[in-house]
Design a protein around this ligand. Structure first.
Ligand code: NAP
Length: 556
C-alpha cells in the first residue's frame, strides 16, 4: 500500500498525519519529502519566515564556515546548478536568500504556519496521537511529530547578575533585530568569544567608537581566507557536483576533507609545520584537526597543532600581553568547536578594541551603565551577548514534550540524553528528533546530516504505511546500546578534557555527556541504512488489528 493510502485514522479531517516543528533547513526538506507521500502534514515555525538559524542569527559578520557549495541541499540537481553562491563562505543574508529561494521553488511556504511557537507536545496513548499546543493556546493533533528544530537554536541566556538593570541597548547574536541596528559611534561591550562573538567583533569594531571584549574562554580560531568565487571555479565544481557530494558523504565529517592516516609525531617537525601552515592558509574548517590521525586522540600530537596556532596569534597581535590573553591553553585544540574568522586577531591591534580577561578579572555584575568586573566598571551604550546555545537537546526539550505515561523528555534527558540513532527516544512514540543527540549532528556538515535524517524518516513512514504500523518507538535496550556505543567512541579521546557545549557543560544542570555521535557521517550512514534494510532493528512497532486487517485486505 503506498503511503498516500494509509488507513483512515491517518486522514481524519481535524488531525494531521505529520506535524513538523520548525521551518529551518531540516523542516523545509521534511516538507519537501512529505509532499511526495500523500500524507497530510503541516509545519509550525516560531519565526515569520523560513531559514531557522539563518533567520535568527542576523548579527553583522554572520556567515557559514562550511564552504557554501557544500553547505547547501543536494536533493535537487537543478537547484544546485541554478543557485549561484557568490563567496566561499556565504553571508547570512545570502544563505537566508537561498532558503527563501528553496521555499519558493519547491512551494514549501504554503505548508508552514508562521509566527507559531509550539510550547507543548503531549502523547495520548489511547488514540495514539500527539497534541501540539501553540503559545497562543491553539492546538492540533498529529499522528507523527518531526522535531526539526535545529541543534543550535535554544539560546543560552546569560546568567549574569544585574542584566535587567542595564539602561542601554541589549542585543543577542542569536536573535538579532530583523531590521538591523545602527551601532555607529557606540561604545559596545561584547560577552562571548565562540564562533558568533568571533564573527561579530571585527565588524562591530569597524563601526563602533569602542568595543570591549569580555572573554572567559579563548577559542582556537583560524582565518577563513574567504574569497569571492570565480566563474571558472564554480563551473568546474558544478560540472562534478554529484561526484563531490558523494565524496563528502563518504567522509567522517560530510565535508570534502579526509583525515590523514598518519600520527602527528610520525613525521618531522618541518612536515608538521608545513601541513599546519597549509591549513592556516587554506581556511578550511576541520583541516588542522584532520592533518594527522591523532589530533583529538593524543595530547602530544594535539599540542603540536595548538602550539602552531598560538604562534600565529603571537605573530598577529602586536601587544604581547593581549596576545597571551587570547591564547587558548586550558583545553586541547579541537575539543571545543574550532572557529573560522575574518580579521579576529587583527581587531585587537586597533586602539578602539580592548580585551578583558574574565579569568583574571571576572564579571561581578551588570550595572545600569555597563559591566562591573572585579577591577573596574566599564560604561557601554550597547551590550552584545554571544553566549551560545543549549546545544543539541535544548531545542527539543523546550517544546514541552510529554510522552508515554506523562514522562517529560526534559526529565528523561536530564539524566542521560539518549536517542536511538539520534532519531527516536524510548517512551516517545512517533516522535523524530532530527540531528538529535547521538547522531553526527553538529560534528558534521549539518546539511548532509539533515538530508540523511529526513530521507530515513520518510522511508520509515512509507514502511509503516506498507505494514499498517500505527506507532514506532525505540526499543529501550537498543537505545541503551547505541548510547553506550557512542559514548565508547569518545572514551580515550581528548574531548572529555574540555568543558564545552559538546559535553553539555555550558548549561548548568545538564549531564556531562558528549552529545554528538563521533563515529563519523560515513559510519553513521552505514549503521542507519543497515537498520532500515534489516526491517528497522531496534525499533518497536505497534500494528493494530484494524490496520493489520486493512493491509491484509490488500493481499499483503
Ligand atoms: P559558543 O561557542 O557556545 O560561545 C559562547 C561564548 O559565550 C563562550 O565564549 C562562553 O564562554 C561565553 N559565555 C557564555 N556565558 C557567559 C557568561 N555568563 N559570562 C561570560 N562569558 C560567557 O556559542 P556561539 O559563539 O554562538 O557558537 C555556537 C555554535 O554555533 C558554534 O560552535 C557553531 O557550531 C555555530 N555557529 C556557527 C557559525 C558559523 O560560522 N557557521 C557562526 C556562529 C555560530 P565559556 O566557554 O567560558 O562558557
Amino acid at each position: 500500500m503506498p503511503v498516500n493510502e494509509v488507513p483512515s485514522s491517518f486522514g481524519e479531517a481535524d488531525v494531521l498525519d505529520v506535524a513538523v516543528v520548525g521551518a529551518g533547513f531540516a523542516g523545509m526538506y521534511m516538507i519537501h519529502r512529505l509532499k511526495g507521500t500523500g500524507l497530510s502534514f503541516r509545519a509550525f515555525e516560531r519565526g515569520d519566515g523560513v531559514g531557522g538559524t539563518w533567520f535568527w542569527n542576523r548579527y553583522p559578520g554572520a556567515r557559514c564556515d562550511v564552504p557554501s557549495l557544500q553547505y547547501s541541499y543536494s536533493f535537487s540537481e537543478e537547484l544546485e546548478q541554478e543557485w549561484e553562491w557568490s563567496e566561499k563562505y556565504a553571508t547570512q543574508p545570502e544563505i537566508l536568500a537561498y532558503a527563501n529561494h528553496v521555499a519558493d521553488r519547491f512551494d514549501l511556504r504554503s505548508h508552514v504556519t508562521f509566527d507559531t511557537e509550539i510550547v507543548a507536545v503531549v502523547w495520548d496513548a489511547d488514540s495514539a496521537f500527539w497534541t501540539l499546543t501553540t503559545s497562543a493556546g491553539d492546538s492540533v493533533r498529529a499522528r507523527f511529530v518531526v522535531a526539526a528544530v535545529g541543534a543550535l537554536s535554544a539560546g543560552k541566556e546569560p546568567d549574569i547578575p544585574g542584566l535587567e538593570s542595564f539602561a542601554g541597548m541589549t542585543l543577542f547574536t542569536n536573535r538579532w533585530p530583523k531590521d538591523g541596528v545602527d551601532l555607529t559611534g557606540k561604545t559596545i561591550g561584547v560577552i562571548g568569544t565562540g564562533s558568533s562573538g568571533i564573527q561579530v567583533i571585527p565588524v562591530l569594531a569597524e563601526h563602533a567608537r569602542e568595543v570591549t571584549v569580555y572573554q572567559r574562554t579563548p577559542a582556537y580560531t583560524l582565518p577563513a581566507q574567504n574569497e569571492v568565487y570565480d566563474a571558472a571555479y564554480l563551473a568546474e565544481y558544478k560540472a562534478r557536483y554529484r561526484e563531490h557530494r558523494a565524496k563528502a558523504r563518504s567522509t567522517r565529517t560530510g565535508l570534502l576533507l579526509e583525515r590523514r592516516p598518519e600520527p602527528a609525531l610520525s613525521v618531522d617537525e618541518a612536515e608538521r609545520r608545513r601541513r599546519y601552515q597549509e591549513c592556516w592558509d587554506a581556511g578550511i574548517f576541520g583541516c588542522t584537526a584532520s592533518a594527522f590521525s591523532d589530533i583529538v586522540g593524543d595530547i602530544a600530537a594535539n599540542e603540536t597543532a595548538a602550539e602552531f596556532i598560538r604562534e600565529q596569534i603571537r605573530d598577529i597581535v602586536r601587544d604581547p600581553a593581549v596576545a597571551e590573553d587570547l591564547i587558548p591553553r586550558a583545553y586541547p585544540f579541537g575539543t571545543r568547536r574550532v572557529c573560522l574568522d575574518t580579521g579576529y586577531y587583527d581587531a585587537f591591534n586597533r586602539d578602539d578594541v580592548r580585551l578583558v580577561n574574565l579569568r583574571r578579572d571576572p564579571i561581578v555584575e551588570i550595572t545600569p551603565q555597563g559591566v562591573r568586573t572585579a577591577s573596574a566598571e566599564r560604561r557601554h551604550d550597547v551590550l552584545v551577548f554571544a553566549t551560545g546555545f543549549d546545544a543539541i537537546t535544548g531545542s527539543f526539550t523546550r517544546l514541552g514534550i510529554v510522552g508515554r505515561g506523562g514522562v517529560r523528555l526534559e526529565d528523561v534527558w536530564s539524566e542521560a540524553p539518549r536517542a536511538y540513532l539520534g532519531l527516536q527516544v524510548s517512551g516517545f512514540p512517533n516522535l523524530f528528533t532530527v540531528t538529535g543527540p547521538s547522531s553526527p549532528s553538529i560534528l558534521s556538515n549539518v546539511l548532509v546530516s539533515i538530508e540523511e535524517h529526513v530521507d530515513w524518516i520518510t522511508e520509515l513512514l512509507q514502511h509503516m504505511a506498507d505494514t499498517g504500523a500505527r506507532t514506532v518507538e525505540a526499543d529501550p535496550e537498543a537505545e541503551r546500546q547505541w548510547y553506550e556505543e557512542a559514548a565508547a567512541l569518545v572514551e580515550g579521546t581528548l574531548y572529555p578534557q574540555a568543558d564545552s557545549y559538546f559535553m553539555g557543560t555550558n548549561i548548568p544542570g545538564k549531564p556531562r555527556v558528549f552529545l554528538p555521535y563521533m563515529g563519523g557521517v560515513n559510519a553513521y550512514h552505514d549503521k542507519i541504512t543497515q537498520v532500515a534494510r534489516d526491517g528497522y532493528t531496534g525499533l518497536l512497532f505497534d500494528v493494530t488489528a484494524s490496520s493489520r486487517a486493512a493491509v491484509g485486505a490488500e493481499g499483503r
